[in-house]
Design a protein around this ligand. Sequence first.
Ligand SMILES: [Zn+2]
Ligand SMILES: [Zn+2]
Length: 439
Amino acid sequence: MARYHPGTMIPSRILLLALLSALACAQSPTAGEVDGVYRDAYGLYLELHQNPELSAHETQTAAKLAARLRGLGYDVTEHVGGTGIVALLKNGAGPTIMLRTELDALPVEEKTGLAYASKVRAKDDAGREVPVMHACGHDLHMASLVGTAAIMAHSKQTWHGTLMLVGQPAEETISGAKTMIADGLFTRFPKPDAGVALHVSNLLPAGQVGIAPGTYNSNADSLRVTIYGKGGHGASPQTTIDPIVIAARTILALQTIASREVKPGEMAVVTVGYIHAGTKNNIIPDEAEMGLTVRSYKQDVRKQVLAAIARMVKAEAEAAGAPREPSVEHYESTDSVYNDPALAQRLRVPLEAAVGQENVITMEPIAPSEDYAYFVEQGIPSLYFSLGGADPAKFAEARASGTALPSNHSPLFAPDVEPALRTGIAAEAAVLRNLLQGT
Ligand SMILES: [Zn+2]
Ligand SMILES: [Zn+2]
């Protein structure tokens, strides 16, 4: 049994911490290094923000990233799993460390009023013309990755190993990580010893980063529910079975899953994000379609919620005398991203050195989901951390008044770019140098 010697333990622990923080400071990019790459990174941000592309259609975006990374000396492979890119910088013996960004934007009409707001419209996969906006901040992630890539390429004496930068398509449809893995991401290229990614949001003010050791975010399940009725004249409802009314009752019933069936305190979200039915005010349609997103942290809660949805959808249709059982299609799902606790603890040190101890916040898991989980499932211990995006003054104001700033995916989402992008670059470079055994 080891004996506890307070007299010797404390000084040696202090010495160890001092050594670790001195090492972390040496690994932190200097203000000059960040300044040196910032202008280009900001220019890329504006360019990407004004030219967003929908999931799996990120051809111009990927080409822009590939060209810049090639210019920095990276060995770039394009068209990995569709529009994905992999950029390698080999720098002697050592671990392989992955830094990943998403490439895609969303079908959202930008209403930020910014001078560089997106005016882009494009055809979606169903052939409909939709507005397109980087409403999730992936443009900022890409700009940060390219800024970090430049710092790493210009300071090869500070690290050794292989840096693997991944530009992943189609994160918003939870499909790009899978298609990249299926296309040999970890067989045609070196399999990383660890992975890092970040996500900007208004949950923290710009200048800060957040770490959630363990569970970072939620399990996500996407469901398409089709309710079948019997169509007819809007003036003769007695000759029909109205699927819109069944859908309305179903939507209200679904609200009771989180409020009445799941144990209080457990995380569960059931959102009906769209309902499509009918063509004209005086026609009762044959069917109604609804799109649901379901979120949870725990596997048993996830199972309980999905079973409750299936039960309620079926029972409401039966109660209305529907001619057919509704269909419930489970068309997308992803597990929660798990942050390796030891890695999270290790990387807190370089993060604190890079952005200031007071600016590294320990966070609770968040509700939005991510297909980065598929990389973790391949056996890659990872840290997925949060990057503050909110204007610090607006953040403080919102907190004082109890209001919420626009969330990711809002037409009003507009990160405070300068501090957020600088912080993203400094944080990524510090973490990569630590993992690549920099001195
Ligand atoms: Zn998103
Ligand atoms: Zn996102």
